[in-house]
Design a protein. Structure first.
Ligand code: KG4
Ligand code: ZN
Length: 331
């Protein structure tokens, strides 16, 4: 009998469902929520309501696209933490009630762990140990992976996450949420060295992005005082320079982590790993440092249920199930 798992991801503002059979993804659907764009960020109450509306059709289509029936499922997985509590609750209660009706186990997955394990969906897969720079809207971490479930966070942000730095910079430029992909887009053709912002000076392998954000805010304010059209006239150069500052900081600590640990298998994960300049930076630094690099396919960078499914597959192999009393946790 193959191990077939339905996985649900609902930690923030995307409702996603995926079906995996013996470690192979059969379907992976994501329904985004446009409703937040007008608010410049995710509105938790609107997110959980949209999850409630989306979850049934998304799961239904994931099952259909996988070409399986509910009775063929071995387990149901869901994102247990971290995330918006109301959003997590929708996925968790849906998983529990469906699993109960089918009399199959449930598997709770940590969202950030799943971002890293997404590297085990397709070939080439890293072997252990490897380092994973995990960069999303809520987290920025360097994770030393010793095994699927044996890992250590050797560096992390002390304030804002890298995705937050992209999104906040975009907001300062009056771009809609989420601004990360727009900064990436407008940076194309821009001069990444035209403007300089405060360089974070943080010890160890940790990160900090709040000073950079403040320096960016003051810079834009000052320029706009002199020329109200400054942003429009220089959008590409501003975006490219800010993007370059974020990537410089990310790469500096990643190189340091590799030198300190001697590990040369380097992976990139999380929503910000969709950034084209960061992907290039990892590849080109990889050539200099003789790294073997692992950059995920675009569909597995930003939030998706396939990464929850692959993490659940390895948990299933260990019979690591949750009790039906399980509840999600925001942190
Ligand atoms: O992993 P993810 O989808 O959700 C969280 O777990 O937070 O990451 C979302 C973050 C957002 O901050 C978004 O702006 C950023 O990833 N992001 C990007 C790009 N695509 C998504 N940032 C820069 N460039 C991109 N192309
Ligand atoms: Zn994420």
């Amino acid at each position: 009998m193959p191990i077939i798992i339905l996985a649900i991801e609902s930690s923030c503002d995307d409702t996603s469902a995926s079906v995996i059979s013996d470690g192979k993804i059969l379907s992976n659907l994501v329904a985004g929520q446009k409703v937040h764009e007008a608010f410049g960020g995710v509105v938790p109450e609107l997110a959980s309501r949209a999850h409630q509306a989306n979850i049934l059709p998304v799961v239904d289509l994931a099952i259909k696209n996988a070409g399986i029936s509910l009775s063929g499922l071995s387990a149901i997985a869901f994102t247990q933490s971290p995330g918006l509590i109301g959003s997590l609750m929708v996925g968790c209660s849906f998983a529990k009630s469906l699993a109960q009706s089918l009399n199959i186990p449930i598997i709770g997955v940590h969202h950030m762990h799943a971002h890293v394990l997404a590297h085990f969906i397709d070939d080439p897969k890293p072997s252990f140990p490897f380092l994973c720079l995990t960069v999303s809207g809520g987290h920025t971490q360097i994770v030393l992976m010793r095994d699927y479930f044996d890992f250590e966070i050797i560096g992390k942000t002390l304030d804002d996450a890298a995705g937050e730095a992209f999104d906040k910079a975009a907001k300062i430029l009056n771009l809609p949420y989420p601004g990360g992909p727009l900064i990436d887009k407008y940076s194309v053709g821009g001069n990444p060295h035209k403007y300089e912002f405060a360089k974070p000076d943080i010890s160890d392998l940790n990160y900090s992005f709040s000073g950079l954000k403040t320096s960016f805010l003051y810079f834009v304010r000052e320029q706009v005082k002199d020329n109200p059209n400054f942003v429009n006239e220089n959008l590409s150069d501003i975006c490219a320079s800010m993007q370059q500052s974020i990537i410089y900081h990310l790469m500096k600590k990643l190189v340091k982590a590799s030198n300190l640990t001697g590990i040369k298998q380097i992976a990139l994960a999380g929503g910000v790993s969709a950034n084209s300049a960061l992907r290039k930076a990892v590849e080109s630094e990889g050539q200099k440092q003789a790294w073997q690099t692992f950059v995920p396919a675009f569909e597995y960078c930003t939030d998706n249920a396939a990464m929850i499914a692959i993490a659940a597959h390895y948990k299933y192999l260990k019979s690591d199930f949750e009790s039906m009393e399980v509840s999600p946790s925001a942190r």
